[in-house]
Design a protein around this ligand. Structure first.
Ligand SMILES: *[C@@H]1O[C@H](CO)[C@@H](O)[C@H](O)[C@H]1NC(C)=O
Ligand SMILES: *[C@@H]1O[C@H](CO)[C@@H](O)[C@H](O)[C@H]1NC(C)=O
Ligand SMILES: *[C@@H]1O[C@H](CO)[C@@H](O)[C@H](O)[C@H]1NC(C)=O
Ligand SMILES: *[C@@H]1O[C@H](CO)[C@@H](O)[C@H](O)[C@H]1NC(C)=O
Ligand SMILES: *[C@@H]1O[C@H](CO)[C@@H](O)[C@H](O)[C@H]1NC(C)=O
Ligand SMILES: *[C@@H]1O[C@H](CO)[C@@H](O)[C@H](O)[C@H]1NC(C)=O
Length: 413
């Protein structure tokens, strides 16, 4: 009985939400100028559902009644009314820079509160970048003090913000993931060939960007290509994902060790496995209270082996015990377009994921609240404190303003 009542209530509630949102749109209030409501009921039944040769992991979904242009014109897509509280009254999206075909804006976005700089890295395995085996990806930064209110008033502010090189000494080889760590930047380096091992590096956030390697092996064995890194806010331990993108992108040997999540206590030097059972473990972050960890699996993308629908394009959520161990793996979300790559949380515990069409936003129960729709792959992005976000769309660098505030500003641990 109880069960039957619950299931009959569910459509009513979502119907009410849809009605509320539809009313808001009709009246023109509540829905901010750069936002639009996407009614999921409008595409539950398409009638003519395209075959997989036409609609698959690499295609954008254009809901009925919209176009690619209309989706980008109002890029804040409201799937649930909870999203209104995340974007606030006047969210904005601004293009800051294009880099042609060279993917200069890939991952490892880190905001440094003391200087208001945001660092990020070039794609380490993309043939168009020429990086990987023969050349390392580079690190760059922008100064957010240059990104003023009149920049966000424009959709295209190309030329108004300078992008600077940040050359670390010694060099950080093929950086891919990064996070704030004790007022420094902690980079995950993917390595290069068989002689430059993947490593964790810490870099000073101030010129001349001196760096130190803090981990490069597990009992004498190399990692595959360390992809992303996050700090457990309750213990201060470093957690990182290690996967084989270096191999399938032609710059590391074939799988050398299980692809999994590791933890590292820098104080004691102890390295231990935190979780396995992945195809391509990729992004990692913690909830603001440290009680949960999110890990993405981008198995659909297999580098030179192509793409494969039989593998995950998923976000998993774990409980994190007080001792730092992971338990209760739960499948949190599955992504239709592209894969979920970098993940971050806001102060309220909502989860943001960089995907094939932009940034998806989920509440802690895994309900899709909305998207910041770019119309192409966002491998990563980062909050820059309260109400600001930098979005890395490979060859395009965007700046967004919204109401939400990112967790983990950086000085905390
Ligand atoms: C996926 O869809 C795209 C675009 O329609 C198409 O070009 C591609 O061949 C499809 N892939 C597969 C494996 O069918
Ligand atoms: C790296 O350089 C070598 C020697 O010049 C060349 O044979 C090889 O194709 C290059 N590999 C990549 C991935 O660019
Ligand atoms: C943005 O503005 C720049 C400089 O005016 C222009 O070259 C570029 O084509 C514009 N990009 C887009 C996507 O509109
Ligand atoms: C950078 O150099 C300073 C001065 O020698 C040192 O205190 C700091 O630990 C170094 N930082 C890193 C990340 O190596
Ligand atoms: C990390 O190591 C230090 C020093 O041994 C220890 O005090 C601390 O409890 C360890 N942290 C965790 C989460 O085990
Ligand atoms: C996808 O992976 C499955 C399982 O390994 C394999 O059987 C299949 O041939 C792969 N498909 C493609 C298109 O590579």
């Amino acid at each position: 009985m109880v069960h039957a009542r619950r299931t009959s209530l569910a459509p009513l509630l979502s119907g009410a939400t849809a009605l509320l949102l539809a009313t808001a749109t009709a009246q023109g209030n509540n829905v901010p100028a750069q936002a639009q409501v996407i009614n999921q009921k409008s595409f539950n039944v398409l009638g003519d559902v395209p075959p997989p040769t036409v609609a698959n992991y690499s295609t954008l979904f254009i809901p009925p009644g919209t176009t690619k242009d209309s989706l980008f014109e109002k890029p804040f897509h409201i799937y649930d009314e909870e999203f209104l509280d995340i974007i606030g009254a006047n969210p904005t999206l601004t293009l800051l820079k294009s880099s042609g075909t060279n993917p200069m804006f890939h991952e490892a976005a880190v905001w440094v509160p003391s200087t208001d700089d945001v660092f990020f890295v070039q794609n380490a395995g993309d043939p168009a970048a020429g990086t990987g085996l023969n050349r390392s990806a580079i690190i760059q930064r922008i100064s957010l003090s240059q990104v003023t209110a009149d920049v966000s008033a424009e959709r295209n502010a190309t030329g108004k913000v300078d992008v600077h090189l940040a050359v670390a000494t010694p060099a950080i080889i093929n950086p891919n993931g990064a996070t704030n760590y004790r007022n420094r930047i902690l980079f995950a380096g993917e390595g290069q060939g068989s002689r430059v091992a993947p490593a964790l590096y810490v870099m000073s956030p101030n010129a001349p960007y001196n760096a130190t390697v803090i981990l490069d092996n597990y009992f004498g064995r190399q990692f595959n290509s360390i992809n992303d890194v996050a700090i457990n806010p309750r213990t201060g331990d470093i957690y990182f994902t290690d996967t084989t993108y270096g191999y399938v992108q032609d710059f590391r040997p074939e799988t050398v060790i299980q692809k999994q999540v590791w933890r590292f206590n820098e104080t004691s030097g102890a390295v231990a496995v935190a979780a396995d059972g992945f195809n391509m473990p990729n992004g990692i972050t913690f909830s603001p209270d440290g009680q949960h960890a999110y890990v993405t699996d981008t198995g659909v993308i297999q580098g030179f082996f192509g793409r494969n629908s039989s593998f995950p394009s998923s976000i998993y959520r774990y409980d994190v015990e007080e001792d730092g161990t992971f338990s209760n793996r739960k499948t949190f979300a599955f992504i239709a377009t592209g894969v979920p790559d970098g993940v971050h949380v806001d102060t309220k515990g909502n989860l943001y994921a960089g995907c094939g069409d932009g940034v998806h936003v989920y509440n802690p129960s895994g309900k899709l609240l909305g998207k910041i729709w770019i119309g192409s792959t966002v491998a990563n992005f980062q909050f820059a404190g309260k109400g600001r976000m930098v979005i890395l769309a490979e060859t395009k660098l965007y700046y967004a303003t919204l109401k939400a505030e990112g967790a983990f500003p950086g000085q905390l641990y």
